[in-house]
Design a protein around this ligand. Structure first.
Ligand code: 5GP
Ligand code: ZN
Length: 147
C-alpha cells in the first residue's frame, strides 16, 4: 500500500509552504482559490499540479467553490499545455487517500500531458458484475445523493 509522504497539519505541509512562498516553486498561475505550479517529478514535460490555496486534505474536504475553481484552472492549464507542448493526449488525475496513491495530503489535481509509449500506466480491473448489481449500486448512490 502506498504511504503518505506528507500529512502535515494545515499551514505546515509542502504545498501550504509553497502557497506561502516559504519554499520555491515554478508557479504558472495563481488566483483567489487556486495555485498552479510545475510538479517536481515531471512525469512528462508540462506536468502541472493545480492545488487549492487553502489546506484541505482531499476532495472530501474542499468546498463546491474550490472544486469549481480547481476545474476552471485545470482547463486553462490543459489548454496551455496543449499549446506549449503539443501532447498527443492529456490526463487529469487526482488522488484521495494513501490507498488511492495520494502522497501529499493537500488537495491537488495533476494536469498530465500524454504521449504514446510514455510508460504511464493505471490498472483498470473491470468486474462487469451485471445489471442487477449495477441497479443495487445505483440505488445506494441515489439514496446517498438525496438531499
Ligand atoms: P500525489 O499526492 O498526487 O500522489 O502526488 C504529489 C505530487 O507532488 C507528486 O507528483 C510530487 O512529484 C509532487 N511534489 C512533491 N513535493 C513537491 C514539491 O516540493 N514541489 C513540487 N513542485 N512538487 C512536489
Ligand atoms: Zn497544506
Amino acid at each position: 500500500m502506498p504511504a503518505f509522504v506528507d500529512t502535515s497539519p494545515p499551514g505546515e505541509c509542502i504545498f501550504c509552504k509553497l502557497v506561502q512562498g516559504q519554499i520555491p516553486s515554478a508557479k504558472i498561475h495563481e488566483d483567489e482559490l487556486t495555485i498552479a505550479f510545475m510538479d517536481i517529478g515531471q512525469v512528462n514535460p508540462g506536468h502541472v499540479l493545480v492545488a487549492t490555496k487553502r489546506h484541505a486534505a482531499t476532495l472530501f474536504d474542499i468546498t463546491p467553490e474550490e472544486a469549481s475553481a480547481v476545474m476552471q484552472t485545470a482547463r486553462r492549464v490543459a489548454l496551455a499545455a496543449q499549446a506549449a507542448f503539443e501532447p498527443e493526449g492529456l490526463n487529469l488525475v487526482q488522488f484521495n487517500g494513501a490507498v488511492a496513491g495520494q502522497t501529499v495530503a493537500h488537495f491537488h489535481l495533476h494536469v498530465l500531458p500524454r504521449h504514446a509509449g510514455d510508460g504511464v500506466g493505471f490498472s483498470w480491473p473491470r468486474k462487469e458484475p451485471g445489471a442487477a448489481v449495477l441497479q443495487d449500486y445505483a440505488e445506494r448512490l441515489r439514496q446517498a445523493l438525496a438531499p
